[in-house]
Ligand binder design. Structure first.
Ligand code: SAH
Length: 368
């Protein structure tokens, strides 16, 4: 992992001409043609990756993404509607144990206003995200989803509100929610226990993902890159999980330390490794909806562009009201906390055009 983490230069033609080790080349060709590797293959590719390997993977990933989605990039309007959380994930700034975190909840009316603004700006998917906040009963959430779908029937609604019961998920799906994001965080049970307090369980997380799929949601999994305790071996397990589960969406972004968490002194994940994994995931599951995340844009000013150029095809600008954005701090230095919704969409639209892609006005459903 080190050679890649230390590679400072952007990928370019020169790197493709550099000699790559034969085994990496074989693995890349196999991944591109079979969309799968064995565990050892994934681990080797990650552990031996350098800029040449990353560039080669990106060429394949971009070609595959081009076939499925052309140069369209889908936008999701993110509405961070509550910063209260009952969980204590060691990495997250919203963890219950963080007394510094200013908590807020948007009202249902404020949530609808965010969505109305977003609709005018061209968003056709809204992502409602929050901490795990028991304040929101099934009835309350269902009513928000129903109102949103009534007002904007041509839009998709994505929920990202953590672990709930099967009944709760069923009610939310009946109310009209189309998609659900619940990152698995790591597919290695020991690593999961390193990132979460004993009260949280790997099995329950996996159970929730199975329920969501059974109930008919388009499901998003995902993980942080460079989280404490992560190795090439645990990442290989993540990739095997993606290969098996074939999620409709997969959110990956670098881990970034938050100063008021147990992981405050841990190093952040890197742009290079995140981009490498985006390329690999695109090759494993060509139709996957893959965001170039805000966290990627936070560790590098060109992070989101680099993510798209590695095979991502989604961006998730913030639609939350300006006065609460700085309170929804999962990690330090989060970008776009001082901007308005329109600025975010305009800025990202221009950034995408700058690299030859276009933000489209579309629900951005997963390709068949
Ligand atoms: N409560 C919801 C939403 C969590 S926030 C849920 O549990 O699904 C969304 C994602 O942000 C998390 O799944 C996690 O992977 C990511 N995240 C949290 N803290 C982070 C950090 N310090 N750096 C980078 N990403 C982080």
């Amino acid at each position: 992992m080190h050679s890649l983490a230390q590679a400072a230069s952007p990928y370019g033609r020169g790197f493709l001409e550099k000699r790559m080790d034969e085994h990496s080349r074989t693995l890349i060709n196999r991944l591109a043609s079979e969309h799968a590797l064995d565990l050892d293959g994934y681990e080797y590719l990650i552990a031996h990756a350098d800029a040449a390997v990353a560039a080669e993977l990106a060429v394949h990933a971009v070609a595959v993404r081009q076939e499925v989605y052309g140069t369209d990039v889908f936008a999701r309007g993110l509405i961070e509607f509550s910063s209260y959380c009952k969980n204590d994930c060691y990495y997250c700034g919203l963890r219950a144990g963080n007394r510094e975190c200013e908590r807020y909840r948007l009202t249902p009316e404020q949530i609808q206003e965010c969505a109305d603004t977003g609709y005018e700006l061209g968003f056709r998917t809204f992502v409602l995200q929050s901490g795990e906040d028991p304040y929101w009963s099934d009835d309350a959430l269902c009513s928000i989803v129903r109102t949103l779908k009534d007002r904007h029937p041509d839009c998709a609604v994505t929920l990202s509100v953590g672990e709930r019961s099967r009944e709760s998920y069923a009610a939310l799906h009946d109310a009209g929610a189309d998609r659900y994001l619940l990152r698995h965080e790591t597919a290695d049970p020991d690593h999961y226990a390193r990132l979460h307090p004993p009260r949280m369980s790997f099995e329950r997380r996996m159970q929730c993902l199975e329920w969501l799929r059974e109930l008919g949601f388009a499901v998003g999994v995902g993980f942080m890159v460079g989280s404490p305790g992560q190795t090439s071996a645990t990442l290989a397990v993540d990739l095997k999980f993606v290969e098996r589960f074939k999620p409709e969406m997969c959110g990956i972004g670098p881990f970034i330390p938050h100063h008021a968490t147990p992981f405050a002194a841990e190093p952040a994940g890197t742009l290079e490794l995140t981009c490498l994994l985006l390329s690999i995931i695109r090759l494993i599951h060509p139709p996957v909806l893959l965001p170039a995340t805000t966290a990627l844009g936070t560790i590098d000013p060109q992070g989101r562009e680099r993510g798209i150029l590695a095979g991502a095809n989604v961006v998730m600008p913030n639609l939350s009201p300006g006065d609460v954005r700085a309170k929804y701090l999962l990690y330090d230095n989060k970008i776009c906390t001082g901007e308005e919704a329109a600025e975010c969409r305009g800025c990202l639209g221009a950034r995408m055009l700058g690299i030859g892609y276009q933000l489209v006005v579309d629900r951005g459903d997963p390709a068949e």
